[in-house]
Ligand binder design. Structure first.
Ligand code: SP5
Ligand code: ZN
Length: 343
């Protein structure tokens, strides 16, 4: 299995995130991707290649120009005012307030950002654009006929058209899915198995019938991102019926997960897409420090096998997973399961 990877991910190295009222070491850190890469190599999964450049065109298919220009210069604007600390919002454009883009960086962070856990750093733009290029290169290499692993970092599925949050800046999976559509695929499915609901991806494709979004995740009534991911979100307009949310309670283990996975893969199979993008998060693991499902390492193989059985051209896009010690093993176990049934 081909893996696409860029060293640029290390340029996103947040000092801290706001958690439970105090600044804690960021859980979305460079060691994550390095650990996965190490295990891809140790397991001899296949070649590892760097991304090729696709320019800004594919980013502009998903994100607004205003958002992209904000993201490109946000840290410079922040640094002018506050020096080298990471940029974090402390106020938001909530209900009742005018949706006018402010001039001051503090205001812009609150307009374009969704939480206080996603710092913008000196290297965020470079890391995020390289991460998107990793996903795009992976999508392009599906032409060779085998599944491809886009080892993206930073992750992407919480980023919407013009909002960054949940450690995500550019929606790598959405950018890849749209690129596949533009390259000739009539229908693309996105299957999101990260612990958290892929609210950004859902929002981007909610009114469309040419991209199916299916997500298995912790119930938003009790878990981040809180404000999207309920069962009654089925799509809008011509997209009605092309969004499927399968929320699960805290403490879900294999039995509960397997039932949802069956529904998810059945929905993808029925849609019969020309390509499948999997938003893969290993944060469903029982020892994940910020999550509350209890899936174990062998379960990752079962999930991979179930997805491989779809026998679709499949791009795996890395999303979350914060138990760094186990992250490489869990991710490679998933990929090996997928390979086992995919051919
Ligand atoms: C890509 C991805 O997985 N993003 C997840 C973002 C989650 N951000 C919210 C983290 C809240 C952690 N609080 C856990 C309580 C333990 N102190
Ligand atoms: Zn997650």
């Amino acid at each position: 299995m081909l893996t696409i990877f860029s060293d640029d991910h290390r340029l996103q190295a947040a000092k801290a995130e706001l958690d439970a009222g105090t600044m804690k070491p960021a859980v979305e850190r460079p060691e994550r991707a390095d650990m996965i890469l190490r295990h891809v190599r140790e397991a001899k999964l296949g070649p590892v290649e760097g991304p090729v450049s696709f320019g800004t065109g594919p980013l502009e298919r998903i994100h607004t120009i205003a958002y992209l220009s904000f993201l490109r210069t946000a840290f410079d604007e922040w640094q002018e005012r506050y020096g080298t600390s990471d940029a974090l919002a402390i106020n938001w454009a909530v209900r009742g307030l005018r949706q006018i883009i402010p001039e001051a960086i503090d205001g812009k962070l609150g307009y374009f950002g969704g939480d206080a856990g996603t710092p913008i750093t000196a290297g965020t733009w470079q890391a995020a654009t390289s991460s998107a290029a990793v996903a795009l290169t992976g999508a392009w290499r599906l032409k060779d006929g085998d599944p491809v692993f886009a080892l993206c970092r930073p992750p992407g599925h919480h980023a919407s058209r013009d909002v960054f949050q949940g450690y995500c800046f550019l929606n790598n999976a959405a950018i890849a899915a749209q690129w596949l559509r533009d390259a000739g695929a009539d229908r693309v499915a996105v299957l999101d198995v990260d612990y958290h609901h892929g609210n950004g991806t859902q929002e981007i494709f909610f009114d469309r019938d040419d991209v199916l979004f299916v997500s298995i995740h912790a119930d938003p009534r009790t878990e981040f991102p809180y404000f999207l991911g309920h069962v009654d979100e089925t799509g809008a307009g011509r997209g009605d019926g092309f969004n499927l949310n399968l929320p699960l309670p805290w403490a879900t283990r294999w039995e509960g997960y397997a039932a949802a996975l069956e529904k998810a893969t059945a929905a993808v199979a029925e849609y019969a897409p020309d390509a499948l993008v999997v938003s893969f998060g290993a944060d469903i693991y029982r020892n994940d420090p910020i999550c509350r499902f209890f899936l174990d390492t062998p379960d990752f193989a079962r999930i991979g096998e179930a997805i491989g059985r779809l026998r679709l051209p499949t791009l795996v896009v890395m999303e979350g997973g914060y138990a760094v010690e186990a992250l490489g093993v869990n991710t490679v176990t998933f990929l090996e399961g997928l390979l086992q049934t995919a051919r």
